[in-house]
Design a binder for this molecule. Structure first.
Ligand SMILES: CSC[C@H]1O[C@H](OP(=O)(O)O)[C@H](O)[C@@H]1O
Ligand code: ADE
Length: 290
């Protein structure tokens, strides 16, 4: 049994959480640079929690500038075992309406200007991403969101785009009609890939703010519309977090899906060929297998 620490990565509109005890904003140094901000740590009814605002408090980082590797490394370094991402997103489906929560289970990664792996020359590893989210954690997060009064869609494909501009109509139609995506955002990739490499269970709550630009009855998305919906979404997200301690024990049994053992079969560089400087950077992420 591992001691559980649930890390919440808060997206647009969610820059802190309340109700924690023994609260501290902790500054964490990582070999990948500084995380987006200090990390809020504390306990909620006995459950250890950490909270990191993805864009920094005051929303100072655009999606391409978020230090995804530093964020995941810092959470792992602090002792996180589970990561719950809470993000604003556009919807490609009529029934996934603004205000609804989608528990994402698949991704299409269209980002191209971000560091996507902790591994590389000197230590090569290939983890499986067939099932990029943790089904156990996702089910619990879905329960917490429902208990918070949200309309929850369990399962959905999140198209991660580079941004910061929103999609063209042609792109929106292609993602929706031909690629089968359900929601769109700019941040869950490479975050989910890095969480898997760091052997963290990862679940994503995509909180719908708009219909992007494909919907004939809705104007193309604008930040002002998003902000209007965000406030209500963030309130529901906070209520969902408050339900987590009743659903998650402080002790965490091994992940039945193997998220916490993702590196068991991933490393391919021969041990005597591994670069010591690269291994030093992997101390938190891959320390278990190095
Ligand atoms: C403020 S609209 C666009 C912005 O919102 C989402 O951020 P996050 O995923 O961190 O909630 C989206 O991905 C864009 O970065
Ligand atoms: N329509 C949209 N496209 C990309 N990111 C988003 N975040 C919120 N709405 C979005």
């Amino acid at each position: 049994m591992t001691e559980r620490m649930v890390a919440i990565i808060g997206g647009s509109g969610l820059y802190d959480i309340d109700g924690l005890e023994q609260v501290e904003w902790v500054t964490v140094k990582t070999p990948w640079g500084d995380p987006s901000d200090a990390i809020l740590t504390g306990t909620l009814q006995g459950l250890k929690l950490a909270f990191l605002p993805r864009h920094g408090r005051g929303h100072v980082l655009d999606p391409s500038s978020v230090p995804y590797r530093a964020n995941i490394d810092a959470l792992k370094r602090l002792g996180a075992t589970d990561v719950i991402s809470m993000s604003a997103c556009g919807s490609f489906r009529e029934e996934m309406a603004p205000g609804d929560f989608v528990i994402v289970d698949q991704f299409i990664d269209r980002t191209f200007a971000r560091d996507k792996s902790f591994f590389g020359p000197g230590c090569v590893a290939h983890v499986s991403l067939a099932h990029p989210t943790c089904a156990r954690l996702a089910a619990t997060v879905g329960d917490a969101a429902e208990q918070a009064g949200a309309t929850v869609h369990r399962g959905g494909t999140y198209l991660a785009m580079e941004g910061p501009q929103f999609s063209t109509l042609a792109e929106s139609n292609m993602y929706r009609d031909h690629w089968g995506a359900h929601v769109i955002g700019m941040t869950n990739m490479p975050e989910a890939k890095l969480a898997r490499e760091a052997e963290l269970c990862y679940a994503s709550v995509a909180m719908v703010t708009d219909y992007d630009c494909w919907h004939p009855d809705h104007d193309a998305v604008a930040v002002s519309d998003i902000i209007r919906t965000l406030t209500g979404n963030a309130e529901k997200a906070r209520r969902a977090i408050a339900h987590l301690p009743a659903l998650l024990d402080p002790g965490r049994p091994p992940c039945p899906h193997g998220c916490d053992r993702a590196l068991d079969t991933a490393m391919i560089t021969a041990p005597d060929k591994r670069d010591p400087a690269v291994l030093a950077r992997l101390d938190a992420v891959a320390g278990r297998v190095l």
